[in-house]
Design a protein around this ligand. Structure first.
Ligand code: AMP
Ligand code: GLY
Length: 426
């Protein structure tokens, strides 16, 4: 098989590595890729949103399967464009990708499908949003409808903060057209956990649970980032509850999408809040999470190429996922200053020493090769990931590997997995 992975993060390095490791891949390209994907296949200098360029490349290279990593190409319709060209894609069409691309659409589908979620309203006029806030008070969560690079959600403790949020999104148009409408919803209290499933039509095969760490600093403090680390399984959602949770939060969505004439293909990711009143969906992503993907793929024993191909061909029914019993944990090594401004071009050393530890794999994210050596090119630079007999073992091994990585002006969180360990009473 000839495969094209789209994207350039740690997630895409993990996808390329896992696809490669199973055999059956004759050629693997990554557009645009990074320093890590360059070792798994060939990088192609095409941006993830260059749909005509990507289709032309896939045609020219006789690609059999396209695997888009990030949400942007999916919401732009890369799956539709590839399928029109007769090329199989592991990812949803543009219509389905609105589950992530429009929070108002996601809310509507959840309501139709009967999936538990926060009570909410959708507003297209600033005056109406303001009136709603003044009437209902705070706390409240204000969300720009469209994609806003992870910055479009404001948890407002007071009415003033909520009003400032809608002014920023709708009045000043801080996120452009993504703020044409806003979703205002009740604030939920609880612990967050991620449930990801391979999906094809109405069939869903859940992966074990994972937990992301979105805040920049230890103790979940500081600004939100793309994710500073992740681990699997998350004790708050044990394997024994995966099927029930998939029945509650994933399968009803698949049935609703199919009923509306758009069967879903790819990974569906439910961001859940486990509240006192039970689980509620905070959001859907139409792709793997980054960095959740890295520990999850470390644990996956099944041949990823076969699973993705089965999804793309509508033949997922009857497929079983094999998952290692060990836990996996990934620590993101970031450039100092991220998610604000930070230096680029920082030299990275010690990757081989880190990977010489048993069960360790260093996934590269914001890196590129300079004279064959990796240097940083982004804020999240590496995701140092390890398997361990249990969560504590995976954590210890991942941090031992982080110690062996040498990069100036870098930083990482020191408490990845702490919430899970606390729940386990460790
Ligand atoms: P989202 O992109 O919708 O997942 O929102 C990003 C983050 O905002 C989530 O991971 C939560 O930490 C927080 N969040 C979103 N919706 C709510 C809510 N209804 N109640 C409390 N926190 C929320
Ligand atoms: N790590 C969260 C996300 O990929 O959306």
């Amino acid at each position: 098989m000839r495969v094209l992975v789209i994207g350039s993060g740690g997630r895409e390095h993990a996808l390329a590595w896992k696809l490669r490791s199973a055999g059956g891949v004759e050629a693997l390209y990554c557009a645009p890729g990074n320093g890590g994907t360059a070792a798994e296949g060939e990088n192609v200098p095409l941006a993830d949103n260059d749909l005509p360029g990507l289709v032309a490349f896939a045609r020219e290279k006789n690609i059999d399967l396209v695997v888009p990593g990030p949400e942007l190409p999916l919401t732009l319709g890369v799956a539709d464009a590839m399928r029109e060209a007769g090329i199989a894609v592991f990812g949803p069409d543009k219509w389905c990708a609105r589950l992530e691309g429009s929070k108002a659409f996601a809310k509507e589908i959840m309501a139709r499908a009967g999936v538990p979620t926060a009570a909410s309203g959708v507003f297209t006029r600033l005056e109406d949003a303001r009136a709603h806030i003044l009437e209902h008070g705070a706390p409240v969560v204000v969300k720009a409808d469209g994609l806003a690079a992870g910055k479009g959600v404001i948890v407002a403790a007071t009415v003033e903060e909520a009003l400032a949020a809608v002014d920023q999104i709708m009045g000043q148009r801080a996120f452009g057209a993504a703020g044409d409408s806003v979703v205002i919803e009740e604030r939920l209290i609880g612990e967050e956990v991620s449930l990801l499933a391979f999906c094809s039509g109405e069939t869903a095969l859940p992966l074990p649970s994972a937990q992301d760490h979105k805040a920049a600093f230890d103790g979940d403090t500081g600004p939100n980032t793309g994710g500073m680390g992740a681990y699997s399984p998350a004790p708050i959602l044990p394997d024994s509850e995966l099927e029930r949770m998939t029945d509650l939060t994933i399968r009803p969505i698949l049935r609703e999408m199919a009923r509306q004439g758009h069967p879903y293909t790819g990974v569906l990711y439910a961001g859940l809040m486990i509240t006192e009143d039970g689980p509620k969906v905070l959001e859907y992503n139409v792709r793997f999470g980054d960095p959740e993907c890295q520990p999850l793929l470390m644990r996956l024993e099944s041949n990823l190429l076969e699973v993705m191909t089965a999804c793309a061909r509508g033949k997922l029914e009857g497929v079983r996922l094999a998952v290692r019993p060990e836990a996996a944990l990934g620590v993101v090594v970031a450039a100092e200053g991220y998610p604000g401004s930070y230096a680029r071009g920082l030299p990275i050393a010690g990757l081989e020493e880190a990977e010489s530890l048993p069960g360790v794999k260093v996934f590269q994210a914001g890196t590129r090769l300079e004279n064959g050596q990796p240097v940083s090119s982004g804020g999240r630079v590496l995701c140092v990931t390890a398997l361990g007999a249990d969560l504590a073992g995976a954590r210890d091994q991942a941090y031992a590997a982080v110690e062996r990585v040498r990069m100036p002006q870098s930083r990482h969180r020191t408490d990845i997995g702490a919430k899970g360990l606390r729940r386990l009473g460790r």
